[in-house]
Design a protein around this ligand. Structure first.
Ligand SMILES: Nc1ncnc2c1ncn2[C@@H]1O[C@H](COP(=O)(O)OP(=O)(O)OP(=O)(O)O)[C@@H](O)[C@H]1O
Ligand SMILES: [Mg+2]
Length: 301
């Protein structure tokens, strides 16, 4: 299967900069996939996104979107991709309505209904000049213009920045629907729980390098064949051998005395056994990713 977005050793050194902003980033995003791009301030997320969109040129490496080369075919790419910049720069004197009319001349709408629904869902302010809008209301217009023409690929730099929690939910629904319709979504974020909730895969960038990639096993969590991992602390001795004897369970002891337990299939026997023990703390794999990501941030400072 051809990737919707593919990066191969993508690098960027800004003119006069001592250090590269992007150092050989390679990744591939499948059609319909939602990919979350996380990393500390200055890690290179916006640089990567602006390079993909052809606003700046890579120093080395290659990338393609829908099979189109990001350098040679950047005009065609801009027509087919929905893009949201990190700092939404819209025409300040236009109203939302005028802006959408103007942009739809550049990127024709497949359906006027889609735009109408977006405006409704986000309760967007369409009749005031952009310069009079609050940050969140400007962000809504930025999101609406990215999705309005129902593009096959969406590249969004911190899309939920400035949105209130209700509007964040609207955005998550929108991304899920777009992905369900086959669109690929690549977006940067500082919010691990949001990317864990909406993305199928998470990439972590630091100092211009892609240092980790994780699948998010949301759908698999309920499946019979999925492997789930727990870390369990006990008040008192850990029932290592009893757990070891359960079907489909692998267990190992950590230095702290906690047990790492991996289960394939039925959780009931493990939960029943744990119910008879004095469990102090139970951590699931997702939270495990959380601490790993936090560590990646902390090493930075
Ligand atoms: N136009 C530019 N000229 C020179 N250096 C730049 C330019 N834009 C970004 N940089 C540098 O490139 C590096 C990566 O910046 P970038 O904006 O891509 O980070 P980011 O991951 O998007 O950070 P944030 O989370 O703060 O948005 C930083 O060291 C930054 O100072
Ligand atoms: Mg940025």
């Amino acid at each position: 299967m051809n990737a919707a977005i593919s990066l191969n050793g993508l690098s960027k050194v800004y003119a006069g900069a001592a250090e590269p902003a992007l150092r050989g980033v390679s990744l591939a995003i499948a059609p319909g996939e939602i990919y979350g791009f996380l990393g500390p301030n200055g890690a290179g997320k916006s640089t990567c996104i602006r390079t993909l969109m052809g606003f700046i040129r890579p120093t080395a490496g290659k990338a393609s979107i829908l099979g189109l080369d990001i350098v040679k075919d950047s005009v065609a790419i801009k027509r087919r991709v929905g893009y949201l910049a990190g700092e939404v720069a819209l025409y300040q004197d236009m109203t939302g309505r005028q802006l959408m009319d103007y942009l739809s001349a550049l990127q024709p709408l497949k359906s006027a209904n889609c735009l109408r629904r977006l405006v409704e869902d986000f309760q967007a302010e369409m009749n005031r000049p952009v310069r009079e809008l609050s940050k969140g209301n400007r962000q809504k217009l930025g999101i609406i213009q990215a999705f309005a023409h129902q593009p096959e690929v969406l590249i969004l730099d911190e899309p939920t920045g400035g949105l209130d929690p209700l509007m964040q939910e609207v955005f998550y629904d929108l991304v899920a629907t777009a992905s369900g319709d086959g669109a690929s979504v690549f977006f940067s974020s500082h919010n691990l729980s949001e990317v864990q909730r909406v993305c199928r895969r998470i990439g972590f960038i630091k100092n211009g390098r892609l240092v980790a990639e994780h699948p998010v096993n949301r759908q698999e969590a309920g499946a019979k064949t999925a492997r789930q991992r727990f870390i369990v602390s006990f008040d008192g001795p850990a029932p290592y051998f009893q757990i070891k004897n359960l079907p489909g369970v692998k267990v190992s002891r950590q230095n702290s005395g906690d047990l790492t337990i991996e289960v394939v299939g039925e959780l009931a026997p493990l939960l029943k056994l744990l119910g008879q023990c004095r469990v102090k703390r139970l951590t699931s794999r997702e939270q495990d990713i959380e601490s790993e990501f936090l560590n990646l941030y902390q090493e930075e400072s």
